[in-house]
Design a protein around this ligand. Sequence first.
Ligand code: 13P
Length: 321
Amino acid sequence: MIVPTADLVKVGYGRFAVGAYNINNMEQALGLFRGGRQAQAPLIIQISKGARKYAGVKMLEAILRAAEEMYPEVIFAVHLDHGDEATCYDCIDSGFYSSVMIDASHEPFEKNVEITRRVVERAHAKGVSVEAELGMLGGVEEDVRVDEKHALLTDPDQAAEFVQRTGCDLLAVAIGTSHGAYKFKGRQTLHLARLAEIQQRLPGFPLVMHGASSVPREEVERINAAGGGLDPSARGVDENEFARAVPRGVTKVNIDTDARLVWYRVHREHLRDHPEVFDFRKPGELYIQAYADLIAHKSTRLGCAGRLPEVRAALGKDGPR
Ligand code: 13P
């Protein structure tokens, strides 16, 4: 069941966050929905510009509509990840998306406000929620690369002014995470004090943590043992940090790299261990279950596992009326 993103993230404010996972193909959809059902957790399903180009806009919508029919008990929102203005309008007009992210964070403050405000007006007229971003994460996302030295933490005063002037529904904040597999050298730390300051200026307002993959060491080691070539120093966000970020207003947590790592590990190990098998459904089946297990695990760490009855009641989705 597709629900509005702004409503979904408010249900657990301060108590749990909802995982937001990117989708590119059928196997990921099956893993996501199976994982959501397994964990009894709500989901935010993210579609990036790259995914729209790879699978096709119609194909992704058809996959998700089919998954919705196959898993009627799963509650989810459909979200455009890191959109530009034109892609946001396309998604808003499609009637399929619960929310869009307008990412003008690389623009100067005033320009970011102006662009975001325009998107909010178009989106709200159609009942679509808007996530915007202030501050700059390091790493690579779609076609944008930001060096660590140019990454900028979100300024709390600016965040309050930004939300007030744009009317956006969720705000992605830069608090020390970055996109991709190579986030931190050595021990990583989130800027929780900065997050708390942002929350003070924006009490009750849903914040978003991007770049939240944990890049598990064991996963990297298994990939490399199966012939992969990842930098063994790759580190991500310590999953224990989720429990500290949630009371400070983080309601949506974006995870993509960890899903890619599971795909890479399952396929590398399968091809290594079964060189005679050329039925691609064999690793596909393994991936679907491994991905479902990852979703269930993340849901537990985010605190949203077992919350479907609560979410259903809060959103008035107690079955057909
Ligand atoms: P990761 O690269 O840490 O998975 O972050 C994904 C993300 O933030 C997508 O918007």
